[in-house]
Design a protein. Sequence first.
Length: 241
Amino acid sequence: MTAAMHAIILAAGKSKRLGAITENTPKCLLSLGSTTILEHQIENLAANGIRTVSLVTGFCEDKIRETLGNAVHYISNSVYDTTNSIYSLWLALQEIRGSVIILNADVVFHPGILTNLIASPYPDALAISFQGGMGDEEMKVTVRNEKIHDISKDMDPSGADGENVGIIKFSPQGRDALFETVDELVGAGVVNAWAPRAFQKMCASFDLYSVSTAGLPWIEIDFPEDLEEARREIYPRICDG
């Protein structure tokens, strides 16, 4: 039930690949016209009945707090500059139990992607954009019988089935299995890795399913051209329904 779900948004990073655009501003607070990336995500969560949100912050945390106030629960990653999203996820999962939705804070997406993920009969699943033409930058996946078989940026693009969107659903049991996996990795010193490193390890022994974006618009903001595309094309398409 969505009313009981808790959202975790991973927003601690400095986003160095955006250069001067994020020199003094966290990526999640970049504008999409009348709103910011982060506020857009929170609106999409609320539209899907999810109003309990924990935000893992780090870089320019004060600006995020100024923007959102008490609308979310804050978890501070004080070592954001030497860690990555897997460590932020580890911090969040220490506090949060039960069903969770996990989002990367740089994804602009149609709310229907989240709707379909929640409505999926699979208790533990990743939103996947099934596509070709990927390169080194995308977090690529292979899928077998609708289950995630592998997930990695290092995967040969020619063998990939699609791209991980950065929106993931876990049941209470899935959350527990995820925390066990993340805790093991962090305990072994794997702190400067993307969160999907845990999904990769987990899917070898735990069923993680894929749920297609079904052609609905979305984009991950990594580079200035991504932000330009989000503002020019993706966000207007989302607003038009």
